[in-house]
Design a protein around this ligand. Sequence first.
Ligand code: GLN
Ligand code: ZN
Length: 746
Amino acid sequence: MTIKTSNLGFPRLGRKREWKKAIESYWSNKIDRDTLHQQLKDLHKENLLLQKNYHLDSIPVGDFSLYDHILDTSLLFNIIPERFQGRPVNDDLLFDIARGNKEHVASALIKWFNTNYHYIVPEWDAAEPKLNHNILLERLQYAQSLNVNAHPVIVGPVTFVKLSKGGNQSFEEKVETLLPLYKEVLQSFVDAGVEYIQIDEPVLVEDDSEQYETITQQAYEYFAQVGLGQSIVIQTYFERVNLKFLNRLPVKGYGLDFVHDHGNNLSQIEAGDLDKDKSLYAGIIDGRNVWASDIEAKKNLIETLSNYTDDLVIQPSSSLLHVPVSLDDESLDEDIAEGLSFATEKLDELDALRRLFNDKDDEKFNQFKARYERFQQQSFKNLEYDFDSVPTSRQSDFQQRKVAQQLRLNLPDLPTTTIGSFPQSREVRKQRADWKNNRISDQAYQTFLEQEIARWINIQEDIGLDVFVHGEFERNDMVEFFGEKLQGFLVTKYGWVQSYGSRAVKPPIIYGDVKWTEPITVKETTYAQSLTDKPVKGMLTGPVTILNWSFERVDLPRETVQDQIALAINEEVLALESAGIQIIQVDEPALREGLPLRSEYHKDYLDKAVRSFKLSTSSVDDATQIHTHMCYSQFGQIIHAIYDLDADVISIETSRSHGDLIKDFEDITYDLGIGLGVYDIHSPRIPTEEEITTAINRALQQIDRSLFWVNPDCGLKTRKEEEVQQALTVLVNSVNKLRKSHSKAV
Ligand code: GLN
Ligand code: ZN
């Protein structure tokens, strides 16, 4: 038996974020367009040649992009937002659609399925679909000129339309409009001599994919009629497909995820749902996590799969866009490094398997196997936990807690607060970088932080807010910061992953059992509290969000790791409480995005999320007020779970989708404290008093006034200082007027 190897996509960022640097230099006019192109071409070349080291039978092109591959596809098919139409289709247009310009707002950014990558939403309003410059062909030919055996990657018509918005046409009409344009592009690839085309249709793994089966079938039958069927591989990832349906489509083969499918893709194959003459592109190496594979198990999987297809190609389970590039640049403890696998190491695992099966060469395979086995035995993985010793519900119910808290806090009608962070100014970032690189002493850094905290306490006093925050100046990122302080987490040097555009995050890696060892936030919080009589909120990140935005362990059940984090956060909550902090906010902005793609797993996920949150927040006294914060606009599916968190106050983002949100909260009696984000912090625009008053009044029609708080809709770290001061002043003025008219009325 021989097998082939392939890849679905490679990180764009470069080993040291060269991609980000090139693009941002162009944006700030430090380099011109030709230089940008040259730098990106060099980087693309490096990416291709890096992959070539691992003897893949085929390497993807079309994954590389100037910003986002979905936006590339929109430009290719001329799906240009109405407000940007009439301009030449080039890089400057692309960047303006992605980032907005002085005249027009940017297109929306939405999370790519259940990942932390964000794509630019295509807009159909007034779009005039046609074929623009075929950048994908250009990139393909470039790869071919480097002697790289490449296959093009393009998002499929069904997924593209599903992810887009606007326009009067029906879903089917949009797909039908695109088909002849797709045909031309696909034909150009075939003419360039490619062996196959990877057409990404990840929407086929979603719950509602059945609704799209007819149009999917129509699209792929059309491609077959024009002679392209035998060049097409329909690629899916992140969950199972309906293989019986997929198998009917007249194409060369299918790409399936065998890591995140809960075993369902495999069982469909074993049930005989795949025709043997179809090619199977088997995603057997986890494309979304950083762990070395259990290579013996992969070998067995290959043997099983080879019974069901005459053409087996092994590859990662998804694009490697979601993992860092290479371990080579890190200097890690060898005991931990042995267990890790970034993008290039994953390709090396494929190479080891290829050698084993095709060349009967087991040397590399045995090395991987030995390392994997050693890593499983490491002692940092078996601390003892007593989960039952920590309560998972508060001593009293909300009504009683509310009385105790009000007695202590004595808050006014419609209390005002912010979400936690204040501007991370250039100076703040510079001081932190200087401290990290040992250019300034711990003492100097601490003094700087205290000055900045004191300055912002004064600003909050002047504006007249009711509940203060210290400002989070010491934090680079709300998850990485805790990752640096908790045992069991590893923070890498270059382990960046693209989040959107040029923005990258560096998720910490949870490699061992998680443990709290010393106070993390107490110093800054109590310092802020010492400067004012107003309550200062302690600010923590919750266990669900920390887990979702880290690379998680896979050798333990997810909920066990989440509960370990919850115990650690509970320790910090208690440390803040015993240091006299009266309000503690535990943020869970990632709770919604972690929701599994298939609804049959929702309940289990939400139950466990609620348990972990409560484990981290229930030990406090009745009089200690627990807040949480979430920023997304669709609460529908999770509203009951949010209520079950039993947080005394939740602050939520609503300013951009007001009506919808209130509706979600109408469906149940939400009788806990709730703070409405009354203005959009993502925009530099200063809200007017009238807008804020209207937003509050509208909400008060549904929410009990005694439960109601007023706040911006997220943290303010990306805003300028004067924007924050002005906007918060408007917010406080609006509330003061509402208070006056209310006290007159009663
Ligand atoms: N407390 C965090 C902040 O204000 C919350 C950030 C978030 O919701 N993503 O920055
Ligand atoms: Zn937020």
